[in-house]
Write a new protein. Structure first.
Length: 296
């Protein structure tokens, strides 16, 4: 094997993680022809085919998968060295990406993390609030909030908080349709809930427990859309307490019905002690603890 340019590994990692040259190029702030050239140069140096090319994108070969594991380990070690060498400087700097469910991200973390970003002018926080999971091994996020505790990979998880969901409706809806007095009164009512085949975790399937009462479904793919539908008087929704409480026009319906779930905060073992990541991680734990009454 001939020597190769170590910097080519940056380009390899970017393409391996997103599967498309154009997306990788944007992340690297390079043009896609440069990315393609660097990948080809790496393959030539290693005398190995690292990707299968197709119109759909780039897929790792078996050799590419082996290199990915080594390259990610090297990347993590480099980040750790940079953090330790600069450890005498207490300023928090760099970029930290936080992946979170859209409900928590929109109705709690957006404001809270904004105050941390304001406090540290050299720190860039990227909040990705989407109804999906995040791969920490692929560096889709540095810190992830999940609704299930991960059990595989070199991930470090810690309970962030329990949280409660209940049935809510707008005052206008209840004035027009009447207030349900018992669960059987949900029969024929429009219940705002998730799109079934887009649910990314079994923990988010709430409707099954209410199906026996005969409500109809109005399915929205995000917590934001669900909450806005309920605010508009479309129907009764299963909403997070911490989100619904921000809108005084929303009322709890059938308080005996509730759902308890748990958020977990997760980092990768190889980067958890980086100063910037540790700072954001600790801040999130502290702010959730200080606002525990919002969640349960």
């Amino acid at each position: 094997m001939s020597a190769f340019d170590w910097d080519d590994l940056r380009f390899f990692l970017a393409v391996a993680r997103v599967g498309r040259l154009t997306v990788a190029a944007r992340r690297l702030e390079a043009d896609h022809t440069t990315v393609s050239r660097r990948i080809s140069a790496l393959e030539k140096s290693l005398k190995a085919k690292l990707f299968e090319r197709s119109p759909q994108g780039y897929t790792l070969t078996e050799q590419g998968e082996r290199l990915l594991a080594k390259a990610e380990s090297m990347e993590s070690q480099a980040l750790a060295v940079a953090s330790e060498i600069g450890g005498t400087d207490l300023a928090v700097s760099g970029t930290v990406r936080v992946g979170a469910p859209d409900g928590l991200g929109t109705y709690f973390l957006a404001a809270e993390l904004g105050t941390l970003a304001e406090r540290h002018p050299d720190l860039t926080i990227q909040l990705v609030a989407l109804p999906r999971t995040f791969s920490l091994s692929k560096r889709e996020a540095d810190i992830a909030v999940t609704v299930e505790q991960p059990t595989e990979g070199r991930l470090i998880s810690r309970k962030l908080t329990d949280y409660r969901l209940r049935l809510y409706a707008s005052k206008a809806y209840l004035d027009g349709h009447g207030v349900p007095k018992e669960p059987e009164d949900l029969a024929g009512r429009l219940l705002v809930t998730y799109v079934t085949d887009l649910i990314y975790s079994p923990a988010l399937e709430y409707f099954a427990g209410l199906e026996k009462y005969g409500p109809r479904r109005y399915e929205c793919a995000s917590v934001v859309a669900q909450l806005e539908a309920v605010r508009a008087g479309v129907g009764i929704g299963i909403l997070h307490d911490y989100a619904a409480r921000q809108y005084p026009e929303l009322r709890v319906v059938l308080p005996e019905i509730s759902f308890m779930r748990t958020y977990w905060i997760v980092t990768h073992a190889e980067v958890r002690n980086l100063h910037r990541i540790a700072e954001v991680h600790a801040f999130m734990l502290e702010r959730v603890k200080a606002n525990r009454s919002l969640f349960v």
